[in-house]
Design a protein around this ligand. Structure first.
Ligand code: FPP
Ligand code: MG
Length: 300
C-alpha cells in the first residue's frame, strides 16, 4: 500500500471512530444535536485523531480508551471551527466544503452546538475511565484528561484565540513574539494534545512525552503558517473555505510579516525538525514521519 492509500484507509478509520461516539438525535434538544452532527460529519482531514493514533502506535499498544480521546479531540476541534466561523469572529460562510453551521442552523443554535460539542467531548473522553483496568490505566487516563483540558483551554487554544482576536484590532502592535504565541496556542496546542495524549496512553515515559510535545509544537506552528499561506494561494474549491479571510479581517500573519517564500522555508524547517525528533526514537513509525513531511505540501 502506498502512502496515499494508507492515509485514506487510516483517515476512514479515524472518521468511523469519531462518528461512533456522536450522540443520537432525539428529544427536545434535537436541533442542537443535528447541528453538532452536521459540523462533525462535514468531513475534514481528521488530522488530530490520526496524529493521536499514530503517535500511540510509535510507543506501543493502547486499548479502547484511545478511541474515546480520538473522538473527544475531534469534537473540540469542530466546536472551535463552528465558533471561529461565527459572525462575531471570522464571519465565514463555508467550511469543509459546506455552508457553516450558523448559516444553516442560525447563529443561536450554532453557538450552543459549539458549547454542546465541547461538553460532549469531555463526556466522551471520561468514558476512557470505564475501560481502565489497572492502576496504570487510571493514571494514564487521568494524565490524558489533564492534557486535554489544559491544551484546549485558556492556557492553550482559547488563550491563543484571545490573542488572535486582540491582534486583529488596529490599535494592537503585533510583534513576532505575539504572533508565535498565537500560533503555539491557537493551533499547535491541540496538535500537542493529540500527540502527547497518544504517547501517554501508550505508556511513553516523561522524557519521551516531552520530546513529542516539542515535535507537535513544531508541527502545529508549521501547520498554521501553511494555513496562512493557503489563505493567500489557495482556492475555495480546493480548500472548502473562503480564501482571503485573513486580509478581510486585517490579520497580521507570518506571511504578511515575512512574505510567501520565507514562510514556505519556515514551514519546511519546522517540519524537518519535527521529523528529526520522530526519527530519534528507538521505534519508528514510517507512516507518521511521511504524514508530517506531507503536511508541508498540503493544499487543504
Ligand atoms: C484548521 O484545521 C484549523 C486551524 C488551522 C486552527 C485554527 C484555530 C482555531 C479555529 C481556534 C479557534 C478557537 C476558538 C476558541 C473559537 P484543519 O485544516 O485540520 O481543518 P479540518 O479538520 O477541516 O481538515
Ligand atoms: Mg479565526
Amino acid at each position: 500500500m502506498n502512502f496515499k492509500e494508507e492515509l485514506e484507509k487510516k483517515t476512514g478509520e479515524a472518521e468511523e471512530i469519531v462518528k461512533r461516539y456522536l450522540p443520537g438525535m432525539e428529544g427536545y434538544q434535537r436541533r442542537v444535536l443535528e447541528a453538532m452532527d452536521y459540523a462533525v460529519s462535514a468531513g475534514g482531514k481528521r488530522l488530530r485523531p490520526l496524529l493521536m493514533r499514530e503517535t500511540a502506535a510509535l510507543f506501543g499498544e493502547t486499548g479502547d480508551s484511545l478511541f474515546c480521546f480520538m473522538a473527544a479531540i475531534e469534537f473540540i476541534h469542530t466546536y472551535s471551527l463552528i465558533h471561529d466561523d461565527l459572525p462575531a469572529l471570522d464571519n465565514d460562510d463555508y467550511r469543509r466544503g459546506r455552508k457553516t453551521a450558523h448559516v444553516v442552523y442560525g447563529e443561536d443554535i450554532a453557538v450552543i452546538a459549539g458549547d454542546g460539542l465541547l461538553n460532549y467531548a469531555y463526556e466522551t473522553a471520561l468514558r476512557a475511565f470505564d475501560k481502565a483496568v489497572t492502576i496504570a490505566d487510571y493514571k494514564r487516563t487521568e494524565c490524558a484528561m489533564k492534557i486535554l483540558g489544559q491544551k484546549a483551554g485558556v492556557y492553550g487554544m482559547v488563550g491563543g484565540q484571545c490573542a488572535d482576536l486582540l491582534a486583529e484590532k488596529p490599535e494592537t502592535e503585533v510583534t513576532e513574539e505575539m504572533l508565535l504565541f498565537i500560533h503555539k496556542n491557537k493551533t499547535a496546542a491541540l496538535i500537542q494534545a493529540a500527540m502527547t495524549i497518544g504517547a501517554v496512553l501508550a505508556g511513553a515515559d516523561e522524557k519521551a512525552v516531552e520530546r513529542i510535545g516539542q515535535c507537535a509544537e513544531n508541527i502545529g506552528v508549521a501547520f498554521q503558517i501553511q494555513d496562512d499561506i493557503l489563505d493567500v494561494t489557495g482556492s475555495l474549491e480546493v480548500l472548502g473555505k473562503p480564501v482571503g479571510s485573513d486580509e478581510k479581517n486585517h490579520k497580521l500573519t507570518y506571511v504578511a510579516m515575512h512574505g510567501l517564500e520565507e514562510s514556505k522555508r519556515q514551514v519546511e524547517t519546522l517540519s524537518g525538525e519535527a521529523v528529526g525528533i520522530l526519527r530519534a526514537f528507538p521505534h519508528r513509525n514510517a507512516f507518521l514521519e511521511t504524514l508530517v513531511e506531507q503536511l508541508i505540501y498540503r493544499e487543504k
